[in-house]
Write a protein that binds this ligand. Sequence first.
Ligand code: CAA
Length: 385
Amino acid sequence: MDFTLTDEQKNLRELAHDFAEKEIRPVAWELDKDGTFPQAIIDKAFEVGLMNTHVEEQYGGPGLSYLDGCIIEEELSWGCSGVQTSLGCNGLASAPVFLGASEEVKKEFGESLTQDAKLASFCLTEPDAGSDVSGMRTRAKKVGDKYVLNGSKCFITNGGYADWFTVYAKTDPDAGHRGISAFLVKKDDTVIVDKKEDKMGQRASNTATITFNDTEVDARYLIGEENKGFKLAMMTLDRTRPGVAAMATGIARAAFEFACDYSKERVQFGVPIAMHQGIQFMIADMATEIEASRLLTWQSAVLLDQGKRNTLQSSHAKRFAADTAMKVTTDAVQVYGGYGFIKEYPVEKLMRDAKIMQLYEGTAQIQRLVIARETLLPRQVGAPA
Ligand code: CAA
């Protein structure tokens, strides 16, 4: 076991950190204030190769590993996780395509992302189907050689800016999770962006409601087999939760660094507050938990890179890193004292941003549910991903 990054990985980390420091940090708090979509940053990130890092070389991407992706995501989220959510969403949207679509369709949609700074969205959640994916109501009916989609998806990242969507819909409404299929849907007049959410945190990211109104989808854009969409969604989340864990680690690290710096400057009782044991203990716990978050994240990514199933480790990483981000950012506000509560200081934004880590791509409770199931009823050890 060797935790040393390769020279290429160190270079990637430096590139991403530099980008976060120069392009994201200087505008992050301003974007947060007005909920401004970071289009200019997306264009620059595309230019320097920090988007679509997961896309394989035959579709025009660099084909980086899951671990490489996590290293980049931590750095960019250190800059601003709202911006990184916008930059990274193509990975979530395209994962089912690369898992299940035909070669021709992979090429069409893979290249659509690598040729231009295009965005795609992942449409799973519905107003009445969040954690309970099988409760979805969006319907896809086969008519000739097309499917016709009707229904509404909510909380869709980049929804207002996406050129295409991976959409889950019921093809057999009476079959529960075994009646869901996944489709590729290009934006057209029948795809309506209803609403831009005004959020607590990650305000730079766009979150929309997308309604499909008799939207026609060519049958070749069914991803994988009919009624096999639920598994595709689960396999997608196994692959993207390590990235969320990396983002949570980036948020926590940012808050930790601010708290350390502030604790050395702020004087109370005649000494910098870093000299007080009460503060030191908070800093120590932050440091340990951030390290542990990163190691769990890397483990869950490395398993994927080895072609192994990572469901359990992915949930371990996502749940621990998300809870850590929430705790560390809350403690960072505590270290700042009353100033931490004021928008002029950096940590309150991080505390707001951290909250979504415990919610999207499976809540903290869903991760625990997966962990409990995988622990009590373990699947085959070393099973293929
Ligand atoms: N890989 C492959 N197959 C899997 C799997 C996995 N990780 N997990 C489950 N399956 C399979 C099971 O083996 C089972 O197969 P069979 O049909 O052969 O029996 C089938 O899927 C059903 O499994 P469960 O009985 O475990 O399903 P469930 O209904 O109890 O749900 C759940 C499990 C973990 C709760 C799941 O529904 C879940 O993860 N919910 C959370 C959804 C979620 O994360 N939503 C986030 C949306 S995306 C987002 O947030 C991004 C954004 O843009 C904001």
